[in-house]
Design a protein around this ligand. Structure first.
Ligand code: PMP
Length: 456
């Protein structure tokens, strides 16, 4: 039997972590890299059980648009609790749900909203991905789906089948069949061994050719699913032009285009929805994370022409989370009133600008990229020669060390992307200029300390 001796030397964090390690599944992920137990959180700050305060630039993997426990969110939740409103309604409607849908539809471009339907899904992003694929398969009668290298859409069976993450997939048999992968415009590690604008052009040519070639081996797809900025894949933005062209290519062939805005949605990229940068209209839009204002909620919005479902074709018990609708509605209103998308754009520029300056001094920073407050820094081994495709070797070891040094100086950052070598900045949209500067100062110190620790 396990025995914890609570001596003064054993930190509170480590007691919780040990217990977690013994009882939770070995699929635990964040606690391995961010080994803390959280006591309190407010805005961009979290305090661990040992009293240490951190800047939280992980924000619940991009969920906490307003940071932790924002007053408008807390007030909305309190008010609902005081009203004797139901907390759980299946998919029955309520005045709150009505207001939530009103506000969401009013936030979408009119050309999309005027013909949109909404499906409330089970509470996670992955659930909404599943629903969107089922919907488009039903509507088109087709069976294949096109996704992108480096994409991430969730950990459920079908969502994982559509994701690049081999680490999750390789030991699971019988994934969803008929998924095919297309090249994303990842210029830094160009899949064609090129780079810059050429990557984008070649990827579009490839996609167009696959869809037009009668011997491509891929039957006409039920849908193309894409993230406007790849999140887990390493904060890789697709340009507005690339998205517009993808829209043209899919539209010409009557292929539904599903945009997964689980991570980019609600202002993070500098527009309320990332597809607005490209001025396109998707056939389906998947939202989760920020839309629940820190509580679980997910929806698919889609053009009514695809609304062919029979009653009950897609159900689920937890689709009426009223607390999440209250928190999400308050969050959406606040984001719009305070013009937080514009703030995300400006502060994202400041963040990237300061990171670019750091990259000039540190050759282990191979690339700085992103859109709004969704920024990635790719860590490479600058001493190594590029490979045959011109890719500089990634340095997952240094990236992990930087993440640990950041923690030491009170900064929580995510590491992800190809070869786990991209440091990801996903701060809340309410971050201030001073906080951006402080975060970069700490990050710069951490990069230096990590290099010294590994003598590289
Ligand atoms: N799509 C994207 C773009 C995501 O970033 C994520 C989560 N990181 C998901 C889907 C899956 O969401 P969830 O973890 O809530 O299932």
């Amino acid at each position: 039997m396990h025995h914890v001796t609570a001596t003064a030397e054993v930190s509170a964090n480590s007691r919780y972590l040990r217990s977690q390690q013994e009882r939770e599944s070995s699929a635990r992920s964040y606690p391995r890299r961010i080994p803390i137990a959280i006591a309190e959180a407010e805005g961009i700050y979290v305090r661990d059980m040992d009293g240490k305060v951190y800047y939280d630039c992980l924000s619940g993997a991009g969920t906490l648009a307003l940071g932790h426990n924002h007053p408008v969110v807390i007030t909305a939740i309190r008010e609902l609790l005081d009203q004797k409103a139901p907390l759980h309604t299946l998919d029955l409607t309520t005045p709150l749900k009505e207001s939530f849908v009103d506000e969401l539809f009013a936030s979408l471009p009119p050309s999309f909203a005027s013909r949109a339907r909404i499906q409330f899904c089970g509470p996670t992003g992955g659930d909404a991905v599943e629903a969107s694929i089922k919907l488009m398969k039903t509507a088109t009668g087709r069976r294949s789906v096109l996704a992108f290298h480096g994409g991430y859409h969730g950990s459920t069976h079908a969502a994982m089948s559509l994701s690049g993450t081999l680490g999750q997939k390789e030991r699971v048999n019988g994934l969803m069949p008929d998924v095919h992968y297309l090249p994303y415009p990842y210029t830094f590690r160009c899949p064609f061994g090129s780079g810059g604008a050429e990557t984008e052009r070649l990827s579009l040519n490839y996609i167009e050719n696959v869809l037009r070639d009668p011997e491509s081996g891929i039957v006409p797809p039920a849908a193309v699913i894409v993230e406007p900025v790849q999140g887990e894949g390493g904060s890789i933005p697709a340009s507005a032009n690339w998205l517009r062209e993808l829209r043209r290519i899919t539209k010409e062939r009557d292929i539904p285009l599903i945009l997964d805005e689980v991570q980019t949605g609600l202002g993070r990229t500098g527009k309320l929805f990332a597809f607005e940068h490209a001025d396109i209209v998707p056939d389906a839009l998947i939202l989760s994370k920020a839309i629940g204002g820190s509580l679980p909620l997910s929806v698919v919005l889609y053009n009514e022409r695809y609304d062919v479902w029979k009653p009950g074709a897609h159900i689920g018990t937890f689709r009426g989370n009223q607390l999440a609708m209250a928190a999400g509605l308050a969050t959406l209103r606040f984001i719009k009133e305070q013009e937080l998308p514009e703030r995300a754009r400006l502060l994202g520029e400041r963040l990237q600008h300061r990171l670019d300056a750091l990259a000039d001094r540190q050759d282990c920073i191979g690339d700085v990229r992103g859109l709004g407050l969704m920024v990635g820094v790719e860590i490479v081994d600058g001493r190594e020669q590029p490979d045959r495709l011109g890719h500089i070797p990634a340095s997952p070891r240094l990236a992990a060390q930087i993440q640990q040094e950041c923690l030491k100086c009170g900064l929580i950052l995510e590491v992800g992307g190809r070869h786990s070598s991209v440091i990801r900045f996903l701060p809340p949209l309410i971050i201030t200029e001073e906080q951006v500067d402080e975060i970069i100062d700490r990050f710069s110190e951490a990069v230096q300390a990590a290099r010294e620790a590994l003598s590289c």
